[in-house]
Design a protein around this ligand. Sequence first.
Ligand code: HEM
Length: 257
Amino acid sequence: MLGIPSEEVQRFIKWSDDIALFMQNFVVSHTPDKEISEQTKGSMKEMYEYLSQAIADRRKEKKNDLLSRIIAETPGENGELRDDQVIAQTIHLIFGGHKIPQFMLSNTLHLLFKHPHIFHQLKEDMSLLPKVLEECMRLEGPIQYITRNAAQDIEIRGAKIKKGDSVYFFLGSAGRDGDVFEEPDEFRIIRNGNRHIGFGGGFHACIAAVFARAEILEILREVFKSFPNLKPVYNLDNPQWTKNPTFHGITTMPVVY
Ligand code: HEM
């Protein structure tokens, strides 16, 4: 979609993996790990150089791709965005588009392995898949929390938040709110009414929520069709989760097919 040639995709995956590594590290350490920081800095530099050139090419000659449209159709100060703005937006799209759906796929498969009766029911009737995906997103969403800085002093249920404070919104916890979801820890295909907030909310809600759902559903359909006997060969009670909940997903999940 961005117009990156397919032979470059592996480089983009490496850059995106490095960003994930850094983000995973810096939320838990007061001092970011030097080696990880250096590695990510190197990747960001390469990404910046690559995208600067790709943007320059498209400023000269528009192509039929998303990058050209971000440049030409997004109003900036003088009618177009500056290079650094386009690059920031593009990096966000690449990272969001690669790492987060990857975790959503692993988490969905894991929940299905853990609930074989639901997995069986799904294989019998694939039209249940969108509901299964929403339930998996509620139970094990790949983004467990988002952060904001308070624009003004506020008080919520007795908790005082001062202007400028960092506020953490635990989307994953909201998905298991017993006041909102009946038997919140249960995996149920059919749930009435209430929806999870795994894609965030408000102005910065996921720009790609519709696309992400369609993409993940398509991949899962293809996986189940191609590998009807997919089985886990890892410890279902102790999978290898990412180290902290910034991005919540299973990093390695050996299977047989
Ligand atoms: C299951 C998959 C996904 C989930 C659960 C997810 C979740 C989220 C969440 C919770 C936010 C809000 C962040 C915040 O408010 O701080 C967000 C924002 C965003 N997501 Fe996604 N996302 C997914 C897939 C994608 C994909 C596939 C892309 C790109 C192709 C993408 C691009 C973005 C971008 C650019 C934003 C920032 C929007 C803004 O700041 O206005 N996401 N996403």
